[in-house]
Design a protein around this ligand. Structure first.
Ligand code: NOJ
Length: 575
């Protein structure tokens, strides 16, 4: 048993053995930890604020690492905390090798890393190679020099079309809405060239055909590897290389907004992008300690996703097909089979994920009845809102299904509290560039980024010492605050802790899935190691299998029945 002292709130005593994260001595020696790791995504702005400015920071994270150790995670992934004007919440980086003052200092990062490693928690940092901030030194130099200069060549500048170059070079649209090209004024004051930005105009795309760009990112990788990070989550990993003909392209509006179309856009999934990751793999292999790369590639199938984790490329890639699958047994069966098959075929683990900082939280998403395109968010009038009871029941059941699958799972901060999407943010509070670039037509992602509730009875639920949270927290989160959930045996927090402890005890991450009789209709049923898992996605209760003990249930069982929207983990009686 381990006792952890929370530095700013109450004492937390772990009453189940912490999850099998490596101890200090084991750190760095466990082979291929990323094959089975449970990785907890921290969105630093919204995790915990130690300075009182209303924005979370690195010391705030360090102070809470004991909580995450008690929860039982193997690793944390930190969304970007590097120097940035924060036009896209840090995914617009001005200096890749320093910490933004709102998050702290490099020394704070080193302290965080050392403390995490003492807990046996590995640390993955976010790398944003597709684009920089327009405040990056290189982009400033590009603007200050003439067309054709080596400084400009690091980005994608083109002359405009039309008689005076007054039209964009092609018709590409930004993922966040509006044109993907912005025209500059040349240093001599004349209307000038256009630069490409797949996202906000403050995020100019690098030109990855240039050796200088490649060398700079090797340097950045080594900078963080030298400091001791365990890996990188790679932003827009499918986007770095563009079709050099820059053909016009009209996306299928019905397809996922971050990519994911059957025929890839000319700025996504270009074959040459894989060379970048083969090169990076060699850089990681210069280092001891099993460092890992995880790609964020929104592609249209798990077969395509598997291309990012061939043996000489990345170690993991996000399984967004799984995230996008509704709470439906047939569809879940299909995506689980397809994923295991596709990733096994290249010798990589499948990953699983239900929530992150770009999508509607799954405690809300799984009860929605309307369309919910990725990245668009939801507003106050979305169909299916608010059915929090169904959403939370499904979220708990869906997470129990996910964490029983072999491979590596990602969880997003706050889902262990059962947090719902804050669909009712006031318009004036919204900050996502998607909201501004679409004139409010798409709500964007702020609703899943609201600062965490730690203490029910404290101002700002203990998120910030004295400040105003950068996004307002809903009053309804009082009952979901961590301190309340710690002492409630049936809370979602304690469910997550039990799941992670049992997952470690039974080594589910390294097991094999075997479908069992009973896996039909709205019921998923399989064995992994010595655990039998049954998920009821239907509307009617189903019978508990005979001769099993219940290890865990995501809802109260009624006699020998598993209710609707419930997952159970069972163990067959011995003999
Ligand atoms: C994907 C990130 O997850 C998202 O938050 C960001 O806005 C875009 N990439 C652009 O960097």
């Amino acid at each position: 048993m381990t006792v952890h002292q929370d530095l700013r709130t109450s004492t937390f005593t772990a009453d189940v053995a912490p999850r099998g994260a490596a101890t200090t001595e084991e750190h760095g020696t466990a082979a291929e930890w990323w094959r089975s790791a449970v990785i907890y995504q921290i969105y630093p702005r919204s995790f915990s604020d130690s300075t009182g400015d209303g924005i979370g920071d690195l010391p705030g994270i360090t102070a809470r690492l004991g909580e995450l150790h008690g929860l039982g995670v193997d690793a944390i992934w930190l969304s970007p905390f590097m120097t940035s004007p924060q036009k896209d919440a840090g995914y617009d980086v001005a200096d890749y090798c320093d910490v933004d003052p709102i998050f702290g200092t490099l020394a704070d990062f080193d302290t965080l890393l050392a403390r995490a490693h003492e807990f046996g928690i590995r640390v993955i940092v976010d790398l944003v190679p597709n684009h920089s901030s327009d405040q990056h030194e290189w982009f400033r130099q590009a603007l200050a020099t003439a067309p054709g200069s080596p400084e400009r060549a690091r980005y994608i500048f083109r002359d405009g079309s039309g008689a005076q170059g007054e039209e964009p070079p092609n018709n590409w649209q930004s993922i966040f809405g509006g044109p993907a090209w912005t025209r500059i004024t040349e240093p001599d004051g004349t209307p000038g060239q256009w630069y490409l930005h797949l996202f906000d105009s403050s995020q100019p795309d690098f030109d990855w055909s240039k050796d200088e760009v490649k060398e700079e990112f090797r340097r950045i990788l080594r900078f963080w590897l030298d400091r001791g990070v365990d890996g990188f989550r790679v932003d827009v990993a499918h986007g770095l290389v563009k079709d050099q003909d820059f053909p016009d392209y009209t996306p299928d509006v019905d397809a996922a907004s971050m990519g994911g179309e059957e025929t890839p856009a000319p700025y996504f999934e270009q074959t040459e992008v894989h060379e970048v990751y083969r090169d990076w793999r060699l850089v990681l292999e210069e280092y001891e300690g099993d460092r890992a790369l995880c790609g964020e590639a929104w592609v249209s199938s798990v077969e395509k996703a598997a291309l990012w984790v061939r043996p000489d490329e990345m170690h993991q890639t996000f399984n967004f097909q799984y995230l996008e699958t509704p709470w439906d047994a047939g569809q879940l069966r299909g995506v689980i089979d397809d994923s295991l098959h596709a990733f096994n075929s290249v010798g990589a683990p499948s990953t699983w994920v239900l929530s992150n900082h770009d999508v509607v939280r799954h405690a809300t998403r799984l009860s929605l009845t309307g369309e919910n395109p990725q990245g668009s968010g939801i507003g106050p009038d979305h169909p299916g809102l608010p059915d929090r009871q169904t959403g939370l029941a499904r979220a708990r059941a869906a997470t129990a299904l996910m964490l029983a699958l072999p491979g590596s799972s990602y969880i997003y901060q706050g889902e262990e509290l059962g947090l719902d999407e804050v669909h009712d943010l006031p318009d004036a509070a919204r900050q996502d560039p998607t909201w501004f670039r679409t004139a409010g037509e798409r709500f964007g992602r702020d609703g899943c980024r609201v600062p965490l509730p730690w203490v029910a009875d404290a101002d700002t639920f203990g998120f910030t010492a004295g400040g105003t949270p950068w996004l307002p927290q809903p009053e309804r989160w009082k009952s979901l605050a961590r301190d309340v959930q710690r002492v409630d045996p049936d809370s979602t927090l304690n469910l997550y802790r039990r799941m992670l402890a049992l997952r470690a005890e039974h080594d589910l991450g390294l097991g094999q899935l075997r479908w069992l009789p009973g896996n039909e209709g709205s019921v998923l049923m399989f064995a992994n190691q010595d655990v039998t898992v049954l998920a009821n996605t239907g509307t009617q209760p189903v019978a508990l299998p005979a001769e099993h003990d219940v290890l865990l249930a995501t809802a109260a069982l009624k006699g020998a029945e598993v209710p609707a929207d419930c997952t159970v983990w069972l163990r067959r009686h011995a003999g």
